[in-house]
Design a protein around this ligand. Structure first.
Ligand SMILES: Cc1cc2nc3c(=O)[nH]c(=O)nc-3n(C[C@H](O)[C@H](O)[C@H](O)COP(=O)(O)OP(=O)(O)OC[C@H]3O[C@@H](n4cnc5c(N)ncnc54)[C@H](O)[C@@H]3O)c2cc1C
Length: 441
C-alpha cells in the first residue's frame, strides 16, 4: 500500500519515534509522506501528545499552539500511531524497542533544567524554568511543585523568550489570562501573589539579548504592570539606523520602556542588563541574589568586580535545558544532548529535535531535522521483517500497560474542553491516573 496506509507486511519498514513533540511529529510526517510502505509508532511517556506545544509554549499564546493541528493530520494517517503513557526506560527498554523496530528515533526533547552552577541554587524558591513553566502549564511531573509565591520580588535569569514568558505570566492579571489554558492550581497562586517587582536579568547587553520583537513588545501592553529599562544601559540612539529589522524593533521597544514611569502601574517589570549571578542568598529559602556588574568586550562578557544584592523571594533561571541520558546511548555531557552525526547515533538508531541539537530555535526549526533523519532512514534502513507494532502490542498486553491511543486521547481532550470556563480553550487535566481513566472509559 502507498501513502498513508502501510500494511505490516514483509516489505514494510517499522519505525518507533520516541517523543510526541514537534520533532517526533515532523519525523513521522516525513517518513510516511512517500510511496514507501512505512509504519510509525510515536511513543510518549505522557498520556498527551505534542510535547512542549502543550507543556512549554505559554498558556496565553494559544495561536502558537495551533501548530498541533498539523500533527493531528499526521496522526490521521493509517500508518501513524500515537502510543501515549508508555515510557522508554520505565515500561520498555531501548534494546527491546530496537528488537521490535527497524529504526528507533529518539525525539525525547531536553526536559531537564540546565543548572546555574553557583552557590545557593539548591535553596527553596530557586526553580528552573523547565519545572516552573511545566507547573503553570499543567505538566503532570510538576503538579505538586507548590512554589511559594508570597513574595514581593522575583528574579528571572536569562535573556530569551522563555524569560519573557515567565515574567509575563507572573505579571498578567486574571482577566488577561481568561482566554488562556493556565493550570488551575497555578492561576490561584499567581493571581493571589503580592509580587511588586519582577527582574529579567541578562549577563550581556540589550543588543545581545535573544528576545523576539513580538514577545518583547507585549511587555509594553500589560494591564497592571509597567516594563522598565534603565536608559543608561541602552546604546546611543545613533546606532539604531544600522540595526537589522528584529534588533531595530527590539531597540524601539526598549527605548519606550526607558521612558515609562515606575509609578504608572502597581507592578514593575525591570529589564536589567550587564548583570551576572554570582550566588543565590538565603538560609533555607532564597532571599536574594548577588550579582556582578559586567561589560561586553570583543563580544565576551567580562566581570567588573562591582557587586550588588538584589532582594528576591523567587528565582527562576531560564538558561537552557539538557536531554535526559538513556543507558547505552552516547551522550555529550558538554552539550547536554545525544552524540550524533546529522541525527545518526548508530545503525538503526537516530535522534531529532532538541535531543539531537540542544534547546535552540523555534518549533519550525525541528522540521528540517525530522525531514533529514527521515530521508536518512528511508535511504539506509531496509525492512527486516521485525514485528513492529504487533510486537509492541504484545509487550503492552503482557505487562498490563495502560497505553493511550490518539482516539482515546481525544476523550481526554473533550473532557478538558468541556471543563473550560467561558473564553478559555480548555481546563487542563494534570493527573495521569485520571487521564488514563478517562481514556479507558
Ligand atoms: C517554555 C518554552 C516556551 C516555548 N515557546 C515557544 C514558542 O512560543 N514558539 C516556538 O516556536 N517555540 C517555542 N519553544 C520551543 C519549542 O517548544 C521546541 O522547539 C520544541 O518543543 C522542541 O521539540 P522536541 O520534539 O525536540 O521536544 P519536546 O517538545 O520537548 O518533546 C519531547 C517529547 O518526548 C517525550 N519524552 C521524553 N522522554 C521520554 C521517554 N523516556 N519515553 C517516552 N517519551 C519521552 C516528552 O514527554 C515530550 O512529549 C518553547 C520552549 C519552551 C521550553
Amino acid at each position: 500500500m502507498g501513502k498513508n496506509g502501510a500494511l505490516n507486511g514483509e516489505g514494510t519498514l517499522n519505525v518507533a519515534v520516541i517523543g510526541a513533540g514537534p520533532a517526533g511529529y515532523y519525523t513521522a510526517e516525513a517518513l510516511t509522506g512517500t510511496e514507501r510502505p512505512v509504519n510509525v509508532d510515536i511513543i510518549d511517556r505522557l498520556p498527551t501528545p505534542f510535547g512542549l506545544i502543550r507543556a512549554g509554549v505559554a498558556p496565553d499564546h494559544q495561536s502558537i499552539k495551533n501548530v498541533s493541528r498539523r500533527y493531528e493530520a499526521t496522526n490521521q494517517r493509517d500508518n501513524v500511531r500515537f502510543v501515549g503513557n508508555l515510557s522508554l526506560g520505565r515500561d520498555i527498554t531501548l534494546a527491546e524497542l530496537r528488537d521490535l523496530y527497524d529504526a528507533v528515533v529518539l525525539a525525547t526533547g531536553a526536559g531537564k533544567d540546565r543548572p546555574l552552577g553557583i552557590e545557593g541554587e539548591d535553596l527553596r524558591g530557586v526553580i528552573g524554568s523547565g519545572a516552573f513553566v511545566g507547573w503553570y502549564n499543567a505538566h503532570p511531573d510538576y503538579k505538586d511543585l507548590e512554589p511559594d509565591l508570597r513574595v514581593a520580588s522575583v528574579a528571572v535569569i536569562g535573556n530569551g523568550n522563555v524569560a519573557i514568558d515567565v515574567a509575563r505570566v507572573l505579571a498578567k492579571t486574571a482577566s488577561e489570562m481568561a482566554t488562556s489554558d493556565l493550570a488551575d492550581h497555578a492561576a490561584g497562586r499567581i493571581h493571589g501573589a503580592p509580587i511588586r517587582d519582577i527582574y529579567i536579568l541578562g549577563r550581556r547587553g540589550p543588543l545581545e539579548a535573544s528576545f523576539t520583537p513580538k514577545e518583547l513588545g507585549e511587555l509594553n501592553q500589560l494591564e497592571n504592570c509597567v516594563a522598565l529599562v534603565d536608559g543608561t544601559q541602552l546604546p546611543d540612539a545613533s546606532i539604531d539606523s544600522s540595526l537589522s529589522g528584529a534588533a531595530k524593533k527590539n531597540m524601539a521597544a526598549m527605548r519606550a520602556m526607558a521612558t515609562n514611569s515606575p509609578d504608572a502601574k502597581p507592578v514593575r517589570l525591570h529589564l536589567q542588563f550587564y548583570r551576572r549571578p554570582m550566588a543565590i542568598l538565603g538560609d533555607k529559602c532564597v532571599c536574594g541574589i548577588r550579582l556582578e556588574e559586567t561589560k561586553v568586550e570583543d563580544g565576551k562578557c567580562v566581570g567588573t568586580g562591582v557587586t550588588e544584592v538584589l532582594p528576591a523571594g523567587l528565582v527562576v533561571p531560564c538558561i537552557g535545558y539538557r536531554t535526559s541520558p538513556i543507558p547505552d546511548v552516547p551522550y555529550s555531557e558538554r552539550y547536554g544532548h545525544f552524540e550524533n552525526e546529522s541525527g545518526r547515533i548508530a545503525d538503526g538508531l537516530y535522534c531529532v529535535g532538541w535531543a539531537k541539537r540542544g534547546p535552540t530555535g523555534t518549533i519550525g526549526t525541528n522540521k528540517p531535522d525530522g525531514v533529514e533523519v527521515a530521508q536518512e532512514i528511508l535511504g539506509e534502513v531496509h525492512p527486516s521483517g521485525k514485528s513492529g507494532r504487533a510486537g509492541l502490542d504484545q509487550i503492552v498486553q503482557e505487562r498490563d500497560l495502560h497505553i493511550v491511543t490518539f482516539q482515546t486521547w481525544k476523550k481526554i481532550e473533550a473532557r478538558e474542553e468541556a471543563g473550560a470556563t467561558a473564553g478559555a480553550p480548555r481546563k487542563k487535566l494534570v493527573d495521569v491516573s485520571e487521564m488514563v481513566r478517562i481514556a479507558e472509559s
